[in-house]
Write a protein that binds this ligand. Sequence first.
Ligand code: DSN
Length: 424
Amino acid sequence: MRDIQIETLLQKELVRQRQGLELIASENFASKAVMKTMGSCLTNKYAEGYPGMRYYGGCEVIDEIETLAIDRLNDLFGSTYANVQPHSGAQANAAIFLALLEPGDTILGFELSHGGHLSHGSPVNFSGKVYKPIFYGVEEESGLINMEKVAKLAELHKPKLIICGASAYPRDWDYKRFRQIADSVGALLLGDIAHPAGLIAGKQLDDPIPHCHVISSTTHKTLRGPRGGLILMGEDFENPWGRINKKGEPIMMSSVLNSGVFPGMQGGPLEHVIAAKAIAFEEASHESFIEYTKQVISNAKTMAKALKSKNYTLASGGTDNHLLLIDLRSKSISGKKAEKALVKADITVNKNMVPFDDKSPFITSGIRIGTAAITTRGLDNENCEQIVEWIDEALLNADNELKLHHIKIEVNRFMGQFPLYQDQ
Ligand code: DSN
């Protein structure tokens, strides 16, 4: 039986995605193979547990699929441990915290309003309610993280876990220095690479694997897979708390982390999504994906240059990765108003706090834009210069409905040159 209501809405959303300029930094367009697999019969199967150790019968095929996903992920990142079951990046982090920390333990993360993530200790998130969060931020002058200040905070508060990673930080991370700081205070280091994962897999950014004890990520941003999460370790190691198993052997961190995910945080894994993750990991191992990641960064740098030439202020002055954080305070328009105007022109962005923002998270002084999705559509540097022209025009005419409508028509016509899921 067809569900016409849902089919109509799906079609409407497909048209929106096709016609618009998708600049939300955490979004991308998964391949048709990834999408098809998410809609497969695997959604029907319960498989609590791990390959070879399930709580349900009939998991022989599922075991092969999950093992393939794990192997491909380890090959892609050069890691030796992978857990592909987390339903999202936030749940990967929750599972890691549950595995590594006791309630009340101190964690040191990146301040949310400076670009960090909710799940790194925000008071409105479980991570800020269950644990004791301390935050480092960026310097007001440079917009960059001052590693000496991170070291001082670590020395002062002796966190059990230090987190490096962000949702809106346009720069690469000094994982090596973070590890030195973690070691100096006996903390574990978690690298949350949810945003730059694809760029790291494409070898365009610094490699966190040799430096972080544990790594979490999403799979749907620059990595261009299905919506989901994952956990990695470069090398397994003995738990630092001296816990032993029934045989009197030290419990390895791989076992601690697996228990954190299941049964700690989740029940049945989404095996249809895990199969789609396996496809995405394979896709990301191709030379064409490396070329893609180079272009993502090149497009972001082109937009940064074009925006600066129009006197836009960029947090940290530019970008090393796929995202830009535009501080609109010098342009006298709020992030909320800017987002609304751009969306009317079919240019999708999100309002975002900027460091030292004086506006609330519902208003904000900035917008965050990213180039992962448009690069998948095939847009190049020249196209990115044109996008900046439209952004500028829309923001200068944020109250002019007719002008915004004209930009939308131009954007829609332009995007017609870049096919998306043509046979759907
Ligand atoms: N997914 C994150 C982002 O948009 O960066 C927020 O959780």
